[in-house]
Design a protein around this ligand. Structure first.
Ligand SMILES: NC(=O)c1ccc[n+]([C@@H]2O[C@H](COP(=O)([O-])OP(=O)(O)OC[C@H]3O[C@@H](n4cnc5c(N)ncnc54)[C@H](O)[C@@H]3O)[C@@H](O)[C@H]2O)c1
Length: 358
């Protein structure tokens, strides 16, 4: 029988998960959302799926094997804990939780229950990231000593005044939103070295003058000017790993960078002593700079056209069926949040800080 899936959170990305799961042969059997109408609208797209606004009702359903949690960040920790304790395997949207300490609590429950937890690091499933990973795994870059992970939006604040810009609900701005993807991606490609120290700075200029915010498009819009924006709009950091390698991170929802309109592509560069590679997320190729027979060579890998959310759903289904933990583990989710915690702490302290082990 196909995997019987429950979706918790019937918003933008809950809908994407339901479609991806259906596309790879999983069965969406129930949808839960605090707003019943949203749950009903999404459930209606999947014959036989039921809708509820009571999360425990879905978690108590023994027919459900696994759940996708796609709700605002503040609810990731409590809902993941409840779902794991209810005996469900979990695909948990990013960020894993608001802080590394919260992630650690979830990881303890994974260890107690033996359930599967996959963090929604969907960018790893992009064709570019997969190709880059296989080049790196073949050793073509030699010793990796530096990486760049940039995702710059000139104007891309999501849902200004909604939950994304409310620190109590989101945990922060672009650093915890898209920064989590970029830190994860670079760390994964570098082999997940342990972070040692961070020097970071976050800026909040655009949220201070919400009514003047000039934009062309808005994810999760339109702006709610009666709402709150108390999160950063860009973050800049140098992360030093224990083995000496570094990561240059830059992410923004809003910054006055020419030619970065709308939702900019992510840029990743991984540099080693034998070769280096760069790619744009969503791009159709990976660039490899290397040395062959005493000459500098450039190679461009063309990429297949894949759908990252479907690839992610397939990988999760495989872990559930074969009872193995995924590539994007809760332990890695926690390492990424410990870097994010340190960037916020460094920005507040105005100096380099140690990355705390939780
Ligand atoms: N992987 C990605 O690329 C990606 C992209 C967008 C969003 N996300 C993540 O997905 C999550 C949801 O984002 P979104 O854009 O879909 O938000 P959204 O606002 O569109 O949807 C959230 C839904 O959750 C419901 N909800 C709120 N609190 C709830 C609770 N306690 N229990 C059940 N339902 C609740 C809301 O009613 C809403 O329908 C966030 O954590 C976000 O970071 C990931």
């Amino acid at each position: 029988m196909s995997m019987q899936l429950g979706i918790i959170g019937a918003g933008t990305i809950g809908e994407v998960h339901a479609r991806a799961a259906h596309a790879v042969g999983q069965t969406v059997v129930a949808v839960a959302d605090l707003e019943l109408a949203k749950a009903q609208r999404l459930a209606a797209a999947y014959p036989g799926a039921r809708a509820t606004n009571t999360i425990s009702d879905l978690l108590d359903d023994a027919a459900i094997d696994a759940v996708v949690i796609a709700v605002p960040n503040k609810w990731h920790r409590p809902l993941a804990v409840d779902a794991l304790r209810a005996g469900k395997d979990v695909l948990l949207e990013k960020p894993m939780a608001l802080t590394a300490a919260e992630c650690s609590e979830v990881n303890r429950v994974v260890a107690d229950t033996g359930r599967i937890l996959q963090i929604g690091m969907v960018y790893r499933f992009s064709a570019a990231a997969q190709a880059a990973k296989s080049v790196i795994d073949q050793g073509d870059l030699g010793e990796i000593y530096h990486a760049k992970a940039h995702m710059i939006r000139r104007r891309g604040v999501p849902g200004l005044g909604g939950w994304f810009t409310n620190k109590g609900l989101s945990g922060g701005g672009p650093l915890i939103d898209v920064g989590v993807h970029m830190i994860d991606l670079a760390s994964w490609l570098m082999g997940f070295p342990l972070a040692d120290r961070v020097s970071g700075k976050v800026y909040s200029y655009f949220g201070r003058r919400m009514a003047d915010y000039v934009y062309e498009q808005m994810w999760a819009g339109p702006p709610q000017l009666s709402g709150l924006c108390d999160v950063e709009d860009s973050a800049h950091a140098l992360i030093r790993f224990a083995g000496g390698a570094t990561l240059d991170l830059q992410v923004s929802w809003a910054i006055n960078m020419p030619q970065a309109n709308g939702v900019g592509p992510g840029f990743v560069g991984i540099f080693g002593d034998r070769g280096g590679l760069t790619f744009e997320l969503g791009g159709d190729h990976v660039n490899l700079a290397a040395e062959r027979h005493g000459r500098n060579t450039d190679t461009q890998f063309q990429l297949p056209d894949t759908e990252p959310f479907a690839e992610q759903a397939k990988a999760f289904g495989d872990c559930v069926a074969n009872r193995h933990q995924p590539s994007a583990t809760g332990a890695q989710g926690q390492l990424v949040l410990s870097i994010i915690d340190a960037i916020y702490a460094s920005s507040t302290a105005d100096q380099e800080v140690k990355v705390e082990e939780t």
